[in-house]
Design a protein around this ligand. Structure first.
Ligand SMILES: [Zn+2]
Length: 414
């Protein structure tokens, strides 16, 4: 084992605690769960964060916010330059919805094309320091691609388990290209997760990097710092797709840390969007009941096709504490929003990432509020538009192309 052999030091300004019973974990747990009550663990940063130290930091990608991350200053990050993604104003889509301050945080521009890279750099850096033998995850695709890339960079073997035939081919191709061992399991993501939880119990050298892993959440929370910095204020609403519910919990944690340290005064209302056929969290929110897992989730948005979201408690807490909401959109609404983002804004997102934009029509915001939707994954991973190009008879067909578009003289000449 590496530098601190899995022992957590209390002198570093951070601890790992249970979200339910509050007890502290003295050693790293292979399944990332509390040994007393079995609930999720999270990192608690006890060091005071100063705005100056936080926003003037240096480092690759999200590591410029190292002051808020759970590491010693001497740690060398395993980084591919993740984070620092653009916040893009959407005048065209916003205009159609009557919203003048609509933005997309385009996390599809991360190194492997999804927000997962933010958390993966932190978890794999931690794993490297611990000296683990192999990294393992269950995935609907994006986590697999991200883990495989960061494992490759760290020189650690990677094992990913995916629902067989349930992953976009681009994402699977990424995992193979980065050198992962890929296994397909009959059933859903939730079955794949059960299998990897067994795997880390059988061999203690395997390190789990699903969003149960508290270090993943720490990397993902940095999106909140970036959004605040790029917008120059805290947005009124933050809208994001919800699958396993780790990201909404993570970004909420980031905004709460800004407020707790007196850097900001407010927090955004957190809005979680699920697909109609995979909406256990939205149902739990509306019914004010405990989450009931869904055995066979179905949606075109494979990244959020999850029936038993691991971080549901944290996510419900984020939504309730912030005064936000959770809602569902249909597959048709998702695909329509995806087309609009491409054709009106030049923004190509994967299906799951279109869910927040589809939800905007139902949310009835006032015109001038600041709304940030998180575009979690790049559309190149999951291209659904297979229309074929129009055939041109010969290279002398310039006039016929002009005619099909409508000539400049007729359309916009003086
Ligand atoms: Zn506990």
């Amino acid at each position: 084992m590496g530098e601190d052999a899995g022992l957590l030091s209390k002198s570093k300004g951070w601890r790992i605690v249970c979200i339910n019973c509050g007890k502290e974990a003295e050693t790293e747990r292979p399944d990332s769960k509390c040994k007393y009550c079995g609930d999720l663990l999270e990192v608690s940063i006890s060091a005071k964060l100063e705005a100056r130290a936080l926003f003037e930091g240096r480092g690759p990608g999200i590591w410029r916010f190292g002051a808020a991350l759970p590491f010693n200053s001497g740690t060398t990050p395993i980084s591919l330059g993740e984070g620092g993604t653009p916040l893009v104003r959407l005048e065209n889509v916003g205009g159609g919805l009557g919203l003048v301050n609509l933005y997309a945080k385009n996390d599809g521009q991360n190194p492997t094309g999804s927000f997962k890279d933010r958390g993966m750099t932190v978890a794999v850096t931690r794993a490297k320091a611990l000296g683990v033998r192999a990294l393992v995850c269950a995935s609907t695709g994006n986590t697999a691609a991200s883990l495989a890339a960061y494992g490759a960079k760290a020189g650690i073997k990677t094992v990913v388990v995916v629902p067989k035939n349930g992953v976009a081919s681009g994402k699977l191709g990424q995992a193979f290209s980065y050198g992962a061992r890929v296994f397909g399991v009959g059933g859903s993501f939730d079955d794949a997760l059960r299998l990897v939880l067994d795997l880390v119990k059988v061999d203690k050298g395997f390190y789990l990097v699903n969003s149960l892993n508290p270090f993943r959440i720490e990397g993902q929370k940095v999106a909140a710092f970036e959004i605040y910095e790029q917008l120059g204020r805290v947005p009124d609403f933050l809208v994001l797709p919800v699958g396993n519910a780790g990201n909404i919990s993570a970004i909420w944690k980031g905004f709460k840390e800004l407020r707790a340290n007196g850097i900001t005064r407010s927090v955004p209302k957190m809005i979680g969007v699920q697909a109609e056929g995979a909406a256990p969290l939205a149902k739990a929110f509306v019914s004010r009941r405990k989450l009931e897992p869904l055995k066979e989730p179905h949606t075109v948005a494979s990244a959020i096709k999850i029936g038993n979201p691991v971080s549901w408690k944290k996510a419900l807490r984020a939504i309730e504490e912030s005064g936000g909401t959770a809602l569902t959109v249909s597959d048709d609404e998702i695909m329509k929003a995806r087309s609009e983002l491409g054709a009106l804004e030049g923004l190509l997102v994967e299906a799951a990432s279109a869910a927040p934009f589809a939800a905007l029509r139902k949310l009835k915001f006032q015109k001038s509020v600041n709304v940030v939707c998180v575009a979690t994954g790049n559309g190149l991973k999951d291209l659904a538009d297979h229309r074929s190009e129009q055939t041109i008879e010969s290279v002398d067909s310039a006039r016929s192309i002009v005619a099909s578009i409508g000539s400049a003289e007729a359309g916009c000449g003086p």
